[in-house]
Ligand binder design. Structure first.
Ligand code: 15L
Length: 272
């Protein structure tokens, strides 16, 4: 795979990937609604608004694989989610189909299943339990991916990414952290593994406190190299002790679950 398109190139995850991917995909093309502030000479950037079908179609021309990070990466009003993550994601898959793109790796999120208690371990076949409009939009993208895989023959991988960074930021992230280098490994499986049709994997490193059964990813060749536990003592001692919303503490999705929460938490807890 030579020409690979990275959407959401001005965002946080792309900041890591822009450093790690060029040796693997020398013809990497970047796109976003705005140019990355730190764009380097030698990086190829094409500006496009994903909510405009013709703009994203133009960018997909000649592309073999897409890593789709573009869109809103957190909770937002419905109109924003609708445009960036629903319309935008549809436009992306349509543009991929029209351009004959072979593979798409879609960045979905742990928030597609955020309303599972932290006491449970979930695989990729559990019922959806999105914790936000954002999480719902990620499930929409997973569904689109499956449809374009089975109906149009694009090999699609949906990565339910936890939290990407150099190190886990807090106690919750000890369970969902992924080091950028491990994310690259998952992306490469999605873009390169022969015979791939449609796969869902959790985007996490080798975390002892993980809430996910990521055995499907391992079967496909994923061997995470980084462990959040190495940071656990520091992270735990730095965790603020003041009370958080009980729903944020109880569910895997954390504050995304607590935002706009109006249910009666004690009774919901009894039922989940
Ligand atoms: C996500 O899906 C977000 O894109 C990211 O900003 C973090 O909030 C992450 O989840 C998380 O759950 O930590």
């Amino acid at each position: 795979m030579k020409r690979v398109l990275l959407t959401g190139a001005a965002g946080g995850i792309a900041t890591w990937l822009r450093k790690l991917l060029p040796p693997v995909y020398p013809e990497l093309v970047l796109t976003d609604i705005r140019e990355p502030k730190d764009l380097q000479a030698g990086e190829r950037f094409i500006q496009a608004d994903i909510s405009k079908a013709d703009e994203i179609e133009r960018v997909c021309d000649g592309v073999e694989g897409i890593i789709h990070l573009g869109g809103r990466s957190g909770e937002a009003p419905w109109e924003t989610i609708l445009e960036a993550n629903i319309v935008g994601c549809y436009n992306l898959f349509e543009a991929a189909r029209k351009a004959g793109v072979k593979r798409v790796v879609f960045a979905t999120s742990n928030h597609a299943v955020g309303f599972y208690p932290r006491t449970t371990t979930i695989g990729t076949e559990v019922l959806a339990r999105p914790d936000s409009r954002y999480g719902v939009s990620k499930l929409f993208g997973e569904g689109l991916g499956a449809m374009y895989a089975y109906k149009h023959g694009i090999g699609v991988t949906a990565l339910r990414i936890g939290n990407v960074g150099d190190r886990p930021l807090d106690v919750r992230r000890l369970s969902i952290w992924i080091k950028p280098e491990d994310l690259v490994q998952l992306i490469r499986i999605g873009l390169e593994r022969p015979g791939l049709v449609y796969e869902v994997m959790y985007g996490i490193s080798d975390n002892q406190r993980s809430w996910y059964d990521n055995s499907r990813a391992e079967t496909l060749g994923y061997k995470p190299q980084w462990r959040s536990e190495d940071y656990a003592a520091d992270v735990i001692s730095a965790e603020p002790s003041e009370g958080k919303h009980p729903a944020a503490e109880y569910y895997q999705g954390g504050t995304f679950c607590a935002e706009e929460y109006t249910a009666d938490f004690p009774s919901m807890k009894m039922k989940s």
